[in-house]
Design a protein around this ligand. Structure first.
Ligand SMILES: Nc1ncnc2c1ncn2[C@@H]1O[C@H](COP(=O)(O)OP(=O)(O)OP(=O)(O)O)[C@@H](O)[C@H]1O
Ligand SMILES: [Mg+2]
Ligand SMILES: [Zn+2]
Length: 246
């Protein structure tokens, strides 16, 4: 069973042809008898440098995947929404160009001016806003929040506003669609105003027309969102319906 003989030793040695390190093989007996046909035990081989390196690599790949997954600012379903996957046509071209310019000049934005993406449902507002996020991440710290979800969460839990204020870019998706109360408007005002005073740009998407802002979210929030951002109107069909042939 071994060059040293099973009777004398349950060990044997071999040398890895790749790294030259000696590997010890140890014979481990099964702790209980197995039916006929099974071996009485197993030879276990100690690691050599190659095995250790391979194990380290696998572990670091797995670690990176986990870190990557947990840190990415966008939910999984929105990570593929990029400028590349966005079809440009006559109805959205100028908005796309403005968003690309925003990304190119991001470093130079000093006054906290952001973008307000307006338009009906399915015209690509969220897709375009995510394209900005995907272009700036990971060079910049970017956060995405769906406003109705954020507001709902704030009702039940203590949400730390600090990261929302500190991010280089914050994407607030679907602003105005949340169930508006004085309290939610106030929370949003803290975020929006806080970012403005520290000159950090925010990208907003909304289904509402600018003239409905004040009624939806109150004068103070409306005036800040309308006054400090470039308004981009996305026109065109509802692509969710188009895709399903409706
Ligand atoms: N120009 C485009 N090119 C490719 N895909 C698009 C384009 N516009 C929209 N889509 C796709 O259509 C779907 C709806 O777009 P999106 O979610 O961006 O709409 P929205 O304007 O945010 O709508 P809502 O107001 O309902 O939130 C998405 O899957 C998006 O990727
Ligand atoms: Mg949207
Ligand atoms: Zn080896």
């Amino acid at each position: 069973m071994s060059e040293y003989g099973l009777g004398r030793s349950y060990f044997r040695k071999s040398v890895c042809p790749d790294c030259g390190e000696e590997r010890r093989e140890r014979y481990i007996r099964h702790p209980f008898p197995l039916p006929a046909g099974f071996k009485k035990g197993e030879w276990l081989l100690s690691d050599c440098a190659c095995v250790r390196a391979a194990r380290r690599d696998t572990r670091s790949v797995l670690d990176n995947i986990l870190i990557e997954r947990s840190r990415h600012p966008l939910p999984v379903g929105l990570r593929s929404k990029t400028f590349k996957s966005f079809q440009v046509d006559e109805l959205n071209r100028s908005a796309v160009q403005a968003c690309e310019q925003f990304v190119r000049n991001f470093e130079k934005i000093t006054g906290g001016q952001g973008i307000l993406l307006l338009g009906r449902s399915g015209t690509g507002k969220t897709h375009l806003a995510c394209s900005i996020v995907n272009s700036l991440y990971p060079k910049y710290s970017v956060l995405f929040r769906h406003v109705p979800t954020l507001m709902e969460r704030m009702r039940y839990a203590n949400v730390d506003l600090e990261p929302l204020l500190a991010a280089d870019l914050l994407l607030l998706d679907d602003v105005g669609s949340e169930r508006i109360t004085g309290w939610t408007a106030e929370r949003l005002l803290i975020i929006v105003d806080g970012r403005l005073t520290s000159h950090k740009p925010t990208v907003f998407t909304t289904n509402f027309a600018t003239q409905d802002f004040e009624a939806r979210m109150g004068m103070r929030l409306a005036s800040r969102i309308l006054g400090s951002n470039l308004h981009l109107l996305l026109k065109g069909p509802d692509r969710r319906l188009v895709r399903h042939g409706l």
